[in-house]
Design a protein around this ligand. Structure first.
Ligand SMILES: NC(=O)c1ccc[n+]([C@@H]2O[C@H](COP(=O)([O-])OP(=O)(O)OC[C@H]3O[C@@H](n4cnc5c(N)ncnc54)[C@H](O)[C@@H]3O)[C@@H](O)[C@H]2O)c1
Length: 256
């Protein structure tokens, strides 16, 4: 067995928003490292989720599926209960589920504002809270929040999304301070523009794709597989002295 495939042996991870894009790639990477993964998404995504499970199992990994809307408190309680029942212990939580829409401030309806915060911010908080007692009891745990460079720099037409992600970064800092003495680390990954259903909102034609690429130092778009290494790293023993950080994985669009 390769060294990589050993890293997650006897470890379990919960990944939210796993049916496609970055979450899907995270599940596949952690499963390839030997983690028993509980992959979450909303029930509507069941076809994609079944495909994901089949792909993970075909390559020798373990993947359970937990349908839950991370913005619904009852669903979140069931998700945590199911994950603990399936895995016994959980080592890693990746809060990846997210939603984006694009509107100038005067066109954002209050309900749409709430939707961004309910999924991106409150969802991250609620899933974390549901597993925090378990992590504290074990005096171990890795919490990895998928934020965004938008949470640091912002983006026109995304005030609701970017501010919800800025809140995720702030939550990451504060939670890290609260739980450090219990051996739990909390970090955020801040992707740049990544080629997913969500990411494509940033480039709807060749011209805007060219502009996006020009913003990067590395001269290319990011892909979900570009993001997973940072998540695997924060989950690994190599990152045991790193907490409260928000790492940009953006091909050099921003530097702080
Ligand atoms: N793609 C990008 O350019 C980019 C950039 C920065 C940050 N991000 C962040 O990365 C994460 C993943 O984004 P992506 O690009 O893969 O997006 P995506 O839209 O391709 O995937 C998001 C996933 O979250 C799921 N989801 C949505 N609402 C949910 C809910 N209430 N409960 C459970 N699951 C839910 C969706 O069904 C989907 O599977 C998000 O948090 C996003 O904000 C993405």
């Amino acid at each position: 067995m390769s060294e990589l495939a050993q890293r997650g042996r006897n470890r379990a991870a919960v990944v939210t928003g796993a049916s496609r894009g970055i979450g899907r790639a995270i599940v596949k990477r952690l499963a390839a490292e030997g983690y028993h993964v509980v992959a979450n998404d909303i029930e509507r995504q069941h076809e994609e989720m079944e495909k994901l499970r089949a792909e993970v199992e075909a390559s020798g990994g373990r993947c359970d599926i937990a349908y839950a809307d991370v913005s619904n408190p009852d669903d979140v309680a069931s998700l945590a209960e199911y994950a603990l029942a399936r895995c016994g212990t959980i080592d890693v939580l990746v809060n990846n589920a997210g939603v984006l829409s694009v509107h100038k401030v005067e066109d954002i309806e209050p309900d749409e504002w709430d939707r961004m915060y309910d999924v991106n911010t409150k969802g991250t908080f609620m899933v974390t809270k549901a597993l925090l007692g378990h992590f504290r009891q074990r005096k171990a745990g890795r919490i990895i929040n998928i934020a965004s460079i938008g949470g640091k720099r912002g983006g026109v037409g995304q005030a609701h999304y970017c501010s919800s992600k800025a809140a995720v970064i702030s939550f990451t800092h504060i939670l890290a301070m609260e739980v450090g003495l219990d051996g739990i680390t909390v970090n955020a990954v801040c992707p740049g523009i990544i080629d997913t259903d969500m990411g494509r909102n940033n480039y709807r034609d060749e011209e805007s794709l060219k502009k996006v690429i020009e913003k990067t130092t590395l001269g290319r778009l990011g892909y979900p597989e570009d993001v997973v290494g940072s998540v695997a790293f924060f989950a690994s023993d190599d990152a045991s002295f790193i907490t409260g950080q928000a790492l940009n994985v953006c091909g050099g669009i921003i530097f702080h």
